[in-house]
Design a protein around this ligand. Structure first.
Ligand code: ZN
Ligand code: FE
Length: 256
């Protein structure tokens, strides 16, 4: 059974570059393509050759290096069917419920509208890996540029149904500012407090907060904790629907 090797590195101002590599076949995928130079440097450092790009959504900071990387490596670009016209160089379109194999391993595509209308996540169930793009962040979630709070809450609910041990690689190092907001919504959560201290240490060392896990996010990310009674009481929303509580937390974050 292949064990993927994963390389995580910064791109642009606060994006993550992520490469996933199977030593046996040599298959190497870049999760999105935020910036050419750091992706090339990571490939060089590891001695890997790019074979695939898995695009999560059409925003420039996720597709900017598609064409130069495709020109250099002839990498296959997989991306959301619904956004195909806005994804440079796309070869294979896929949507919610779609499947393909990478290095002989199953990849399941989860449609996660909200940040963009066609946003997708890539789930490798046998490897307990999720690539969440700008849907789920550590202690946060993407802004609602093309979707409603109901859309995003439905998308996050799909991710919450994955096994707790699923490792989640996400699109941006926003975790410290997400943490400062999270504690205003969920001040009584001791695990959140402990996590924030740990995040501060990680960032002080110049390291990054990815990956996270589904279980850790379910316990500490306020956007996944809309059913928590203390959070609801703090918002004065004891009787509201889950999506209404989610919408309130999202709008407070937008104005934080
Ligand atoms: Zn985005
Ligand atoms: Fe982004």
């Amino acid at each position: 059974m292949p064990a993927f090797t994963i390389e995580l590195f910064p791109c642009r101002s606060d994006n993550f570059g992520v490469l996933i590599h199977d030593a046996l076949s040599g298959a190497t995928a870049s999760i999105d393509a935020p910036e050419e130079a750091p992706i090339l440097a990571a490939l060089e450092r590891r001695g890997w050759t790019l074979t695939h790009i898995f695009t999560t959504h059409h925003h420039t900071d996720h597709v900017d290096a598609n064409l130069p990387l495709k020109a250099r490596f002839d990498a296959q670009i997989i991306g959301p069917a619904q956004e195909a016209a806005r994804i440079p160089g796309i070869d294979l379109t896929i949507g919610d419920g779609g499947d393909f194999t990478f290095a002989g391993r199953p990849v399941h595509v989860i449609g996660t509208p909200g940040h963009t209308a066609g946003h997708i996540n890539y789930h490798l169930p046998e490897d307990h890996l999720l690539f969440s793009g700008d849907t789920l962040f550590a202690l946060g979630c993407g802004r609602l540029f093309e979707g409603t709070p109901v859309d995003m809450w439905t998308s996050l609910s799909k991710l919450m149904a994955l096994p707790d041990e699923t490792l989640v690689y996400f699109g941006h190092e926003y975790t410290l500012s997400n943490a400062r907001f999270a504690v205003t919504i969920d001040p009584a959560n001791a695990e959140l407090q402990a996590r924030i201290r740990q995040i501060e240490e990680v960032r002080d060392r110049g390291e990054y907060t990815a990956p996270t896990t589904i279980g850790l996010e379910k316990r500490t990310n306020p956007f996944l904790r809309v059913q928590d009674e203390k959070i609801r009481a703090g918002l004065g929303m004891e009787a509201a629907s889950d999506a209404e509580v989610f919408a309130e937390i999202r709008s407070r974050k937008d104005n934080f």
